[in-house]
Ligand binder design. Structure first.
Ligand code: ATP
Length: 306
């Protein structure tokens, strides 16, 4: 009875934890230790990290066979470079990041890292090589320190604090009652979306992965927070193979390449300047976002003058 009871209560705990904080995917699969649908192949080898270039080769994918989500997606993020993915809501951007983590497998085509098909490497080595800063970070109901240490078990206190500093969240933490030991969550410290994202950035910095996926928050942040987050993201991306899923085009003007995804297909690709000159979908998105930003600015000014 005891034997049966213990695992059940452990699962209960995990379930509660997931439910309470709707933990992001990376954590959830870490805790449960596997995605039930994806297994390591027999003889799977660890991912070798001599080359970290990430490639999609004619990838098709559907969740439901009646509806294709990705239709022949091909692109490369050269080692150490930053590629940005933009496109309307539902275009398939987050699906691409889930495939890189191998939460799902392409229905056809290949995803490779340094030429190795990720379907043939161990999931543990794949996930160890990739850091993700998710769109909506949900933290463990534990101390802030614990939430950052989650990036790399066994890191030193100094390393953890250095990561917080680089992520520009150190001042906030130090001014909170209890500092790094302050509890996060319902009955503890409540963090704003921007603060939570900076904790996620600190975690990614501590993990120090060669490959990084940044899923930009959709929610509007004030311009100071946005600048701070941008600086922190630029720091964490430097020298890493980085895929940015972007919602605000202003954050990706310096990306090495921008991919425009529409209904599961890449319809345009190039640098910011080249895409603007092309006058297509990206250029239209850019002018629309600028109009919205200008309208918001006018409203803000009017509110200040009242
Ligand atoms: P957003 O910018 O709003 O985050 P996105 O471009 O990231 O959108 P995805 O989350 O990749 O879009 O979703 C692509 C499509 O796949 C959507 O139409 C969505 O409804 C569908 N989809 C996403 N996850 C699942 C799932 N688990 N099962 C079935 N369909 C799904």
């Amino acid at each position: 009875m005891i034997q049966l009871y213990q695992p059940l209560s452990f699962m209960g705990l995990v379930y509660r934890e997931i439910k309470q904080s709707a933990i992001d995917l990376e954590m959830m699969f870490d805790i449960l230790n596997k995605n039930p649908e994806i297994e390591d192949r027999p003889g799977a080898a660890p991912l070798a990290l001599t080359d970290t270039a990430l490639r999609f080769e004619n990838v098709f994918f559907h969740y439901d066979p009646r509806r294709e989500i990705l239709r022949g997606v091909s692109f490369e993020v050269p080692a150490g470079k930053t590629v940005a993915l933009v496109g309307a809501s539902g275009a398939g951007k987050s699906t691409i990041s889930r495939l890189i983590f191998r939460f799902y497998e392409p229905s056809s085509g290949r995803i490779t890292i340094g030429g190795q098909d990720i379907a043939g490497v161990t999931q543990a080595s794949l996930r160890a090589a990739i850091g993700i800063v998710p769109q909506d970070t949900v933290l463990f109901n534990d101390s802030i320190a614990y939430n950052i240490f989650y990036g790399r078990d066994g890191a030193s206190e100094d390393e953890m604090k250095a990561a917080a500093r680089l992520a520009q969240i150190d001042h906030f933490i130090e001014s909170a009652p209890g500092g790094y030991e302050a509890q996060v969550g319902e009955r503890g410290l409540k963090l704003s979306g921007g603060e939570k994202q900076r904790v996620a950035i600190a975690r990614a910095i501590l993990k120090g992965p060669p490959i990084l996926i940044l899923d930009e928050a959709t929610s509007a942040l004030d311009s100071l927070t946005e600048r701070e987050i941008q600086t922190a993201l630029d720091r964490v991306a430097r020298g890493r193979t980085t895929l940015v899923i972007a919602h605000r085009l202003s954050t990706i003007v310096n990306a090495d390449e921008i991919l425009v995804l529409d209904k599961g297909r890449i319809i345009e690709r190039g640098s910011h300047a080249a895409l603007l000159a092309q006058g297509g979908a990206y250029a239209a998105m850019w002018s629309r976002q600028n109009e919205i930003m200008q309208a918001e600015e006018t409203l803000r000014r009017a509110a200040l003058e009242e």
